[in-house]
Design a protein around this ligand. Structure first.
Ligand code: GDP
Ligand code: MN
Length: 379
């Protein structure tokens, strides 16, 4: 789950990281009033969407006074950045920046540890730095038993600052960022830019936190930060229906039971020259309604040219899936070809239900994937 910048800033602030104050506005009048409240100095008006690169897209603007803040808010509210419509802006006092660096923590699957990454080349996309000048990124795998130790943090902070007071301030921020990362169940926590100001202070001007969805059940206060209006409608619908769904950009819609089989199905789609439109796991339960929801979500995607069902019946009963398919296609007739492969529990019954409704049913996985890829290409 993605957080907005203002939510991530609140978390960092609660962990003692210096973050400028700020308030969220949904209208230009609110933006003007916040700028006036924040005092005589310049402010920054920032689009709040789940996307990076807002600065480049024109979603981050400095304003010298409240009237200018209102004018920027008028332009930014309603703007689209990387497919996300801006509904809120953050108004914060502008910092007088002397230097910008990058500090981030991610869960790294290779080292099976949280990895702290820092770079003096901050402000811009870290992906770009990583691709072009990887030597400018310094990494440290943190041992979760001990956390980020003071000497480790200071060693990395000295890669960012010559000034020892600034390095100490940044080392303290890194340790607090690690604590925040751990406390909220994040898979990523990043400050970009972490700035030094002309008066020598260090502050976090942008914050990005991604929460591991598996951590949400035991953190209701974090789960409550979810903003469904800022998420892809298909992913919201899938979550509400109890499906695991990730939208991808291919043309073969996949409806599978079990995450492992879903991965194998996507591999096979690629192997036979196609591209999956999604990852979708209907789960292990037997519930025709889930199949109906899954089909609704897949067919809402205009790039889907064929739909492939791949069901291995264990706890999931093939006849339940077949019933779901028949119910769904009666309620809303499909505009794209459907290829169904099912095998396992109650397979014969499923084939009978499908055949009666006019759907051919396959039992061979390779054959089904080949057909789905071919149909998607022909469409
Ligand atoms: P992003 O583009 O989505 O990562 O948004 P950021 O919040 O990181 O802002 C992008 C850039 O705008 C930063 O790298 C800064 O150069 C600039 N910026 C953001 N806040 C301020 C500020 O308070 N003062 C000044 N002078 N520049 C700022
Ligand atoms: Mn940024």
């Amino acid at each position: 789950m993605n957080l907005h910048e203002y939510q991530a800033r609140d978390i960092l602030r609660r962990h003692g990281i210096p973050v400028p104050p700020g308030e969220v506005a949904t209208t230009t009048d609110e933006a003007r009033a916040i700028a006036a409240r924040l005092g005589p100095g310049p402010v920054v008006v920032k689009a709040q969407v789940h996307a990076g690169g807002r600065g480049k897209a024109g979603g981050v603007k400095l304003a010298a006074n409240p009237a200018e803040a209102a004018a920027h808010a008028a332009k930014i509210l309603g703007m689209t950045i990387k497919g996300f419509t801006v509904r809120r802006v953050l108004v914060a006092p502008a910092a007088d920046i002397a230097s910008e660096s990058y500090v981030g923590i991610i869960v790294d699957r290779t080292s099976q540890r949280p990895v702290l990454m820092v770079s003096a080349a901050g402000g811009i996309d870290i992906e770009e730095v990583a691709a072009r000048t990887p030597e400018k990124i310094h990494r440290l795998a943190v041992d979760p038993r001990y956390g980020l130790l003071a000497h480790q943090a200071l060693g990395l902070a000295l890669k960012l600052h010559r000034d020892i007071a600034q390095a100490r301030a940044t080392a303290d921020i890194m340790q607090r960022l690690y604590a925040a990362f751990y406390a909220v169940g994040a898979s990523l926590a990043e400050i970009n830019p972490l700035v030094t100001t002309r008066d020598g202070a260090v502050a976090a001007l942008d914050a990005k936190i991604v929460i591991d969805d598996n951590e949400l059940d035991r953190r209701p206060e974090i789960a409550a930060l979810r903003d469904t209006s800022a998420e892809a409608p298909s992913e919201v619908a899938a979550r509400e229906a109890g499906l695991t769904f990730i939208k991808l950009d291919g043309a073969v819609g996949c409806c599978v039971n079990g995450a492992g089989l879903a991965m194998a199905t996507m591999d096979l789609v690629k192997y036979y020259g196609g591209a999956p439109a999604n990852f979708l796991d209907i789960g292990g339960s037997s519930n025709p309604q889930k199949v109906v929801s899954a089909l609704q979500i897949i067919t809402a995607d205009a790039s889907v040219r064929a739909i492939l069902f791949n069901i291995f019946g264990g706890i999931t009963r093939c006849d339940d899936v077949a019933t779901g398919i028949v119910q769904a296609t009666r309620a809303f007739p499909l505009q794209v070809p459907l290829v169904i492969r099912l095998t396992g529990t109650n397979e014969e019954l499923a084939v009978q239900i499908l055949t009666q409704a006019g759907f051919p049913a396959l039992t061979d996985m390779d054959e089904a994937v080949k057909q789905a890829v071919a149909q998607a290409k022909a469409a």
